[in-house]
Ligand binder design. Structure first.
Ligand SMILES: Nc1ncnc2c1ncn2[C@@H]1O[C@H](COP(=O)(O)OP(=O)(O)OP(=O)(O)O)[C@@H](O)[C@H]1O
Ligand SMILES: [Mg+2]
Length: 237
């Protein structure tokens, strides 16, 4: 059986500057893979290639064995890829509820009567703050609340592969804990690709880890075998 996601020898350039160098990475069904690396390592570039927002200059991306390189972003969402961008990118002038419904619309060809209500219930059970803040403008939320909204919005598209770019960045510790618990509760229900710079957060969630440095994979292994001393030189601890 093919992996849920297989990235094979991916290259990417910003103009003449090479940002990804032959990156290969696979995620099996239901697995959580942590993608680690310092600022500028190429983590977001890789995720943006996966979401269809950047065009790689070489290599290929396979979703359950199918090459998706030519798919536009919306088709990747429909193919079950839920992307939570770095910096959250929620719609500041829309309410929390509207932000969530946009996430659902992105994949609404599967929506059926009552299903979206059930899904909203599920997302609000995961992040109760979203129900409390339902009518507030996205821009009025704290960073941590916005992060929960961004994850909730991606979940409204019913992803089978959830891709998260630094969900703990700039967020207060108490909310980091609730985001960690939420991702832990999603584990096994969907495959997860988690970009992180914090060792402890990644260690607690990852079945496997991959470390990027200067656009190339420099270390990888089982989550349980992650060794802080070994990989700390690639991370912010
Ligand atoms: N739009 C862009 N144009 C040119 N170069 C870029 C652009 N975006 C990123 N880069 C460069 O590409 C490299 C990889 O950047 P990327 O944002 O993927 O790193 P990252 O691992 O996500 O870092 P961070 O942890 O800071 O988010 C860096 O050298 C960065 O300066
Ligand atoms: Mg980044």
């Amino acid at each position: 059986m093919s992996a849920h996601l297989a990235i094979e020898r991916l290259d990417h350039h910003y103009g003449s500057a090479q940002s990804l160098r032959g990156v290969s990475l696979a995620i099996e069904e239901g697995q959580c893979v942590a993608l680690l690396g310092r600022n500028g390592a190429g983590k977001s570039t890789l995720l943006r290639c996966l979401a269809g927002l950047l065009q790689p200059s070489g290599g290929r991306i396979l979703l359950r064995g199918q090459t998706i390189g030519a798919w536009p972003s919306y088709r990747r969402v429909r193919g079950g890829i839920g992307y939570v961008p770095q910096g959250r990118e929620i719609f500041a002038d829309l309410t929390v509820g509207e932000n969530l419904l946009i996430g659902q619309k992105a994949n609404d060809h599967k929506a059926g009567a009552g299903r979206e209500t059930a899904l909203l219930e599920e997302v609000c059970a995961l992040f109760p703050i979203l129900r409390t803040m339902w009518r507030r403008r996205g821009g009025d939320l704290s960073g941590g609340q916005q992060q929960q909204l961004a994850i909730g919005r991606a979940l409204m598209g019913r992803p089978q592969l959830l891709v998260l770019d630094e969900p703990t960045e700039g967020i207060q510790p108490s909310i980091v804990k609730s985001i960690e618990a939420a991702i832990a509760s999603l584990k096994g229900r969907m495959s997860i690709l988690l970009v992180e710079q914090y060792y402890d957060f990644a260690r607690s969630l990852a079945d496997r880890y991959v470390v990027l440095s200067r656009g190339a994979v420099v270390a990888e292994g089982a989550g349980a075998a992650m060794d802080q001393d070994d990989i700390s030189r690639f991370l912010r601890i």
